[in-house]
Unconditional design. Structure first.
Length: 282
């Protein structure tokens, strides 16, 4: 059974709920505009995220998925309600040290084009101004290795990187201060199927190795099924339903039907082919 405002929590949600709560969103309103033109993107939105989850946020265009990530990152102030990260209001995390609590991978990577790879990765740590340069550089090299890049990539400029490498550099930067929470906005957008599979494998590895809690926005069903332990559907200005991908996929709602039950959805949900061996029916 899925977790909605009117039904009891699903088995998956109940299991996660036994763990530490990393994000607590209570009756959130996200409001833009002034006076007559004021509008709410979220209204009384509730969502709890637990340690170790890989939670995907899905929803139609303009339903406020990126706004929700920005609320968790503390870049926006709730109009009403609260957003707490690790027990503190998200908006109070701003400035120095924020990157030690939440890492963010932006959709296009958002690298500084005038900095080389090493300086892009090192940037948040260097900004703190508390560590000697050699130590910061060493930390950045460790993170580059962690995301599958080589020391010789460190001096390259962003313009000389492939799309997959840009994502990896941006991921290394998001992880430079070892945050327990990682936010990903469309992590596999713009990658070809092989690049997308490789990046999902890397995210799965890092999630396990670094004991990360991961929250991602994705439109890509393959990525969603490859990574998510739980899915939250945004619709009607709130979280309409949460549950495992399989639970949410059968929830009766037009967006869910269109998203999960179209041709791509059926393909992503189909069991992996199990042939007799390498020759068997791929
Ligand atoms: N800074 C802002 N000022 C005014 N309106 C904003 C601002 N940021 C977001 N919005 C509005 O909030 C709504 C939700 O935007 P958001 O980018 O979160 O949608 P989304 O669900 O991520 O959409 P998509 O899937 O198309 O990327 C949109 O109507 C957008 O125009």
């Amino acid at each position: 059974m899925v977790d909605t405002a009117v039904s009891p929590p699903s088995a998956a949600a109940a299991l996660w709920a036994q763990g530490e709560r990393v994000v607590h969103i209570d009756k959130l309103w996200s409001i833009f505009g002034e006076g007559e033109s004021q509008f709410a993107v979220h209204q009384d939105l509730d969502l709890d995220i637990y340690r170790g989850e890989m939670l995907s946020i899905v929803g139609g265009s303009g339903t406020g998925k990126t706004v929700l990530l920005r609320q968790i990152l503390g870049l926006l102030q709730p109009g009403k309600g609260t957003v707490e990260v690790l027990g503190q209001p998200a908006a109070a995390m701003g400035g120095e040290g924020a990157a030690s609590r939440v890492g963010m991978l932006f959709q296009q990577g958002a690298l500084y084009s005038a900095f080389n790879v090493l300086d892009n990765v090192a940037f948040p740590l260097r900004e703190l101004g508390t560590l000697p340069r050699a130590l910061v550089d060493a930390a950045a090299l460790v993170k580059l290795q962690m995301v599958g890049l080589k020391p010789e990539h460190a001096m390259r400029m962003p313009a000389d990187l492939s799309g997959g490498m840009i994502k990896r550099v941006a991921l290394a930067r998001a992880l430079i201060m070892d945050p327990p929470l990682l936010l990903l906005d469309e992590p596999t957008a713009g990658l070809d199927p092989n690049g997308s599979d490789d990046f999902c494998a890397l995210l799965r590895e890092l999630h396990a190795e670094l004991d990360l809690t991961v929250v991602m926005v994705t439109h890509d069903l393959d990525t969603l099924f490859a990574l998510s332990s739980r899915v939250a559907v945004l619709a009607e200005k709130k979280v309409l339903v949460t549950g495992t991908p399989q639970e949410v996929a059968v929830f009766p709602h037009p967006f869910v039907a269109q998203f999960f039950q179209g041709e791509r959805g059926r393909r992503a949900m189909a069991p992996a082919p199990s042939g007799p061996g390498p020759e068997g029916g791929q």
